[in-house]
Design a protein around this ligand. Structure first.
Ligand code: FAD
Length: 310
């Protein structure tokens, strides 16, 4: 059994593993795919003190840094169930999809999240070539260019307001007949000169020239007509889904499925902590996930030194 068992091997899990191992306690990390979302991105320019890196490179560095310590890495292992300890200080159990089970005196959940996709032709082909999901990450890459934001909820409208200050023009596309964002955000959006809002529009295709995005096609849902827009970037903002489906019965989740944590990273279950994109932490970013993973590991250590000697 482990003193600290981490589930998830993205930036949050890697940071937690390093912080835990540096306390000299038995640490294990199980991950479906070590590296996490970072593997799906190319240019990273907001990882502070590293002006530019690439996703796969950062993921390799994460793994190397963890391997510098005595950490048991169990890659390509998907957790299916978490059974919290019956008594305070007992072992929590994580059952893997393959039927094996792991035990931890403390558990740190860092299973991240995934961006909901449109599922239209061209979206996959042009990911990182004009199709983007994170305005904080990729907004500046489209300086002076034309972009679309797909989705008129809070995150879509926030993204459109954010991008309008950087890019030449923003087209916001909403499937419904009206935007769903808070009124104050909608008023702000409407006040911007370089934003066009199209409602009742179903995006049908991402268009490109083989190397990069050149536009998108949408269907007007009121008239059934097809339209093309020329642009250089498409930000898909139709939801960020936490990878927490397997935790429903184990810890308290928010209505959006995020693991509820306190300022120390502790969940509703004593001895079970969480960090990064799978939690209620505001803003989902690499540096934030790493900070949260470190917090969770230090809190796990703090929890253990207070347990009665056995
Ligand atoms: P993740 O990176 O999502 O890692 C989750 C880990 O948990 C993975 O190892 C996964 O395999 C594992 N896992 C999931 N479910 C299970 C399970 N049931 N059992 C076991 N393991 C499981 N952020 C920036 O700061 N700058 C950027 O430039 C940037 N660009 C981005 C570009 C793209 C295309 C995307 C998708 C994201 C980008 N982000 C960027 C966001 C950033 O990648 C995330 O905020 C960060 O990776 C979150 O780290 P995490 O450790 O919480 O989760």
């Amino acid at each position: 059994p482990f003193e600290v068992l981490i589930v998830g091997g993205g930036p949050a899990g890697a940071a937690a593993a390093i912080y835990a191992a540096r306390k000299g306690i038995r640490t294990g990390i199980a991950a479906e795919r070590f590296g996490g979302q970072v593997l799906d991105t190319m240019a990273i320019e907001n990882f502070i003190s590293v002006p530019h890196t690439e996703g796969p490179k950062l993921a390799a560095h994460l793994e190397q840094h963890v391997k510098d310590y005595d950490v048991e890495i169990m890659n390509l292992q998907k957790a299916a169930k978490l059974i919290p300890a019956k008594t305070e200080g007992g072992y929590h159990e994580v059952v893997l999809e393959n039927g094996a089970s792991l035990k931890g005196r403390t558990v740190i959940l860092s299973t991240g999240a995934r961006w909901r996709q449109m599922g239209v032709p061209g979206e996959d082909d042009y990911r990182n070539k004009g199709v983007a999901y994170c305005p904080h990450c990729d907004g500046p890459l489209f300086k002076g260019k034309r972009v679309a934001v797909i989705g008129g909820g809070n995150s879509g409208v926030e993204a459109a307001i954010d991008l309008a200050g950087i890019v030449a023009h923003v087209t916001l596309i909403e499937f419904d007949s009206q935007l769903r964002a808070d009124a104050v955000l909608q008023r702000k959006l409407a006040s911007l000169p370089n934003v066009k809002i199209i409602t009742s529009a179903l995006t049908t295709q991402v268009n490109g020239d083989g190397n990069k995005v050149t536009g998108l096609s949408y269907k007007d849902r009121n008239h059934g007509t097809e339209h093309d827009i020329e642009l250089e970037g498409i930000f898909v903002q139709i939801g960020l889904v936490p990878n927490t489906e397997w935790l429903k019965d184990a810890v308290t989740l928010s209505p959006r499925g995020e693991i509820e944590i306190d300022a120390r990273g502790e969940t509703s279950q004593p001895g079970i902590f969480a960090a990064g994109d799978c939690t209620t932490v505001p803003y989902k970013q690499i540096v934030i996930a790493m900070g949260a993973g470190s917090t969770a590991a230090l809190s796990a250590f703090d929890y253990m030194i207070r347990l009665p000697a056995s």
